[in-house]
Write a protein that binds this ligand. Structure first.
Ligand SMILES: *[C@@H]1O[C@H](CO)[C@@H](O)[C@H](O)[C@H]1NC(C)=O
Ligand SMILES: [Zn+2]
Length: 402
């Protein structure tokens, strides 16, 4: 290598490494205020189990490849098309034989709905990923699967519609302040409603997780355009939050993974704050047991009980960071699990509503929406009136870190 080259290379290299540092996923995370927590939108009648616009249409058998499955999928698509038109919808389809399909291929359809900063290229956006499965078990016949996982699907739908307007405002604000450069962290959000989680006969590696296995495999192989920040759609997942078996009273949520224990603790903190602000409908008094029982442990004290197989497995095996939110206490899963009783009538609707608030709050913090959510906007306007524009000083972004 010639001296003249070396002279050029050193500054280039240092710029390169500075860029690498800047581009390292920042896990930006910004707590929301009490005002925002107290103003979180509530699902109200939309979670009515007979007539609710979000939940009721999911409370029916929806075995993969049956008309019930198609109807529920159409319900999701209608919801995004009418309520969240800025979201991009994508199907990921596969087929597989099952132990009960008599040699025939059964179709599995995953629905992925996403929203990114409008100026950003796909490969440069990390995405908070909220996941639940929408299929129901083949047996017993007529099984509804309310906690498993109709209610988690509805919670996620409520959460994303509750932050949608704030995302628009935040991204408008970023554009006004010129923060549309790929060097500014670009964080989007996606919802994965997965098919074929349940086994048809007995849970095995091949009879379970049909949709998740197909999607994780495809996203691992697809490559984003050259020079993208993220190499594959799989590596664009900044955190995979999986909700399952939620909607029964008094859930026990354990922390399973040291590397995402910090995110678990954020959830635990939000739970405590929502209770303190009297926003938890299912709370009876202040001595209630906390759902997130490992909130005060550190990541070394988390007992890694990874025995629960769920939709995260094919993603986790490929290195995706997982936050698994599943009701699994010392007594195991909720009593209605995989029984006919797991229907709308057995849901604890106060708990379902509390979950929807908690998921909304977590998404709002992850997407750094303080100042853009209802409640905090009001405060912002007051401060602006006093000549103190808090928003612009608060939202300089994670580059301050350097
Ligand atoms: C995947 O399945 C859905 C639902 O049946 C269908 O609307 C869509 O066109 C399919 N997509 C592809 C790429 O085959
Ligand atoms: Zn199940």
């Amino acid at each position: 290598m010639s001296p003249s080259y070396r002279g050029l290379l050193a500054p280039l290299l240092s710029v390169y490494f500075a860029l690498l540092l800047l581009l390292a996923p920042g896990n930006a995370y910004q707590p929301i205020s009490d005002d925002t927590l107290k103003s979180l939108p509530r699902p109200n009648d939309d979670f009515n189990i007979h007539t609710g616009a979000l939940l009721a249409p999911i409370l029916r058998p929806r075995v993969p490849g049956t008309p019930g499955s198609t109807a529920v999928l159409n319900h999701f698509v209608d919801f995004f098309r009418t309520s969240l038109p800025d979201w991009n919808l994508e199907f990921q389809n596969s087929t597989s034989k099952t132990p009960v399909s008599k040699g025939k291929e059964v179709p599995f359809v995953n629905l992925i709905a996403s929203r990114d900063p409008p100026w950003a290229s796909k490969g440069d956006v990390g995405r908070l990923t909220l996941t639940a499965h929408y299929d129901s078990k083949y047996e017993p016949e007529g099984f509804i699967g309310a906690i498993d996982s109709a209610a988690p699907c509805a919670m996620i739908m409520h959460a994303v519609r509750s932050i949608d307007a704030a995302l628009t405002k935040k991204w408008d604000d970023m554009r006004v302040h010129g923060r549309t450069n790929p060097l500014d962290e670009q964080e989007g959000i996606q919802i994965m409603l997965l098919d074929g989680e349940e086994a048809f006969k007995t849970w095995t590696d091949t009879d379970s997780l049909y949709g998740a296995r197909s999607l994780a495999g495809q996203w691992d192989e697809e490559v984003n355009p050259a020079m993208s920040v993220y190499k594959t759609p799989l590596s664009s997942i900044s955190l995979f939050v999986l909700l399952d078996l939620l909607g029964a009273k008094d859930p026990t949520i354990q922390s399973f993974f040291p590397t995402t224990h910090w995110a678990y603790k954020r959830m635990a903190t939000l739970e405590r704050r929502l209770r303190r602000l009297n926003q938890y409908k299912s709370a009876s008094d202040s001595s209630d047991r906390l759902w997130f029982e490992h909130g005060s442990k550190n990541e070394h004290q988390v007992n890694m009980f990874t025995g629960i197989e769920d939709d995260h497995i094919p993603f986790m095996r490929r290195g995706v960071e997982i936050l698994h939110i599943i009701d699994a206490g010392p007594r195991g899963f909720p009593a209605v699990w995989h029984r006919m009783e797991d229907d709308g009538e057995h849901l604890d609707l106060a708990t379902v509503e509390d979950w929807s608030l908690l998921v909304t709050a977590f998404a709002a913090e992850w997407m750094e929406l303080e100042g853009f959510m209802p409640g905090s906007e009001k405060r912002d306007a007051e401060e602006e009136a006093h000549g103190n524009n808090k928003r612009s000083s608060d939202h300089q972004g994670h580059t301050e870190f350097f």
